[in-house]
Design a protein around this ligand. Sequence first.
Ligand SMILES: NC(=O)c1ccc[n+]([C@@H]2O[C@H](COP(=O)([O-])OP(=O)(O)OC[C@H]3O[C@@H](n4cnc5c(N)ncnc54)[C@H](O)[C@@H]3O)[C@@H](O)[C@H]2O)c1
Ligand SMILES: [Zn+2]
Ligand SMILES: [Zn+2]
Length: 367
Amino acid sequence: MAWGVDDIRLTKIKVAPPKAGEVRVKVVANALCHTDLYTLEGSDPEGLFPCILGHEAGAIVESVGEGVTSVKVGDHVVPCYTPECKQPDCIFCASKKTNLCPTIRATQGQGVMPDGTTRFAAAADGTPIHHFMGCSTFAEYTVVSEISCAKVNPMADLETVCLLGCGIATGLGAVRKTTGVEQGSTVGVFGLGAVGLAVIQAAKLAGASRIFAIDTNPDKFEPAKALGATDCLNPKDHSDPVQQVLVGETKWGLDYTYDCTGNTEVMRSALEAAHRGWGMSCVIGVAAAGKEISTRPFQLVTGRRWVGTAFGGYKSRTEVPMLVDEHMSGELPLKQYITHRYSGIQEITTAIDAMHSGDVLRAVVSY
Ligand SMILES: NC(=O)c1ccc[n+]([C@@H]2O[C@H](COP(=O)([O-])OP(=O)(O)OC[C@H]3O[C@@H](n4cnc5c(N)ncnc54)[C@H](O)[C@@H]3O)[C@@H](O)[C@H]2O)c1
Ligand SMILES: [Zn+2]
Ligand SMILES: [Zn+2]
């Protein structure tokens, strides 16, 4: 069945104590991300609802379950939907090539904790409520796995560094980890929401010489320029496909391109705008269910590479605290992403309505 913003209910729930390997946290602030909306507005094949959405948050540890050692009561944490178990027998955590730790993947996808049960129930009648993305931060208290809890500098402002729980970290990591932009590179960013702007910010910090910002909404060009875009381009202003325009401007294409829209046609444009011989194109956007990407194989034969990223390739518990420290040092400003602020958990629906307007980068709700 189809769900929508009208199906969001503010309701009293019971949040059970954390079991072994789990942590109960008090959520301080939550930023909204489009993935919450996709889930809300998409169909529900797995029977995930009712559930508590939300996955970009700053929180404080309230209690810990048996065996938890990496965080203690009072620690400040960013819950992360990409966990990091750090176990020596986890070949994913042991590898430098990936951040995709699969330890709790199956149960996380089913909306339950690793023991197969939920910690949430409706206060009124005890109806079980599912978890979401291992976070469920649209709640004043939530329970997450210890391996999903990035412990951050207690001096950091949780109402700001909550942004590092998803979109902003993803854009930064796509540049730094997944593609590794070098000084002097040329870059093309398709889609200038918070994720695309974070790509621009990281590309500028990496010393990119030219950064093309591409969006069908020209209102996004000012924030893009403020972060380092050198050229702004609206595909609607050109009769030729945007990849042809970009190749025309640069002779051979761009060293690194990023799809930050989730549109599979844009993914193709980004790949075909990449430099002959070595251009790398990174898929960041999440496409609608069932969509496929295509290009002529010749594009790859002639040296372009297609890659993708989840959470920017960041190993969450190890690297999110490092991003927070970089922010604290002043080298990674984040405030520019927060265009809307709300106070009180009841404002989540107001924030979701605002997100449909198109002028929101990130809306942060403080509880
Ligand atoms: N891979 C990951 O781990 C990960 C993490 C977070 C978000 N995402 C995804 O990244 C994408 C971007 O997230 P966001 O929060 O910045 O979204 P957003 O909706 O705020 O931004 C998307 C931008 O793309 C622009 N756009 C739409 N169609 C376009 C087109 N045809 N050509 C050029 N621009 C176009 C829109 O005007 C908008 O400015 C989403 O698909 C989101 O689901 C992926
Ligand atoms: Zn997200
Ligand atoms: Zn692991």
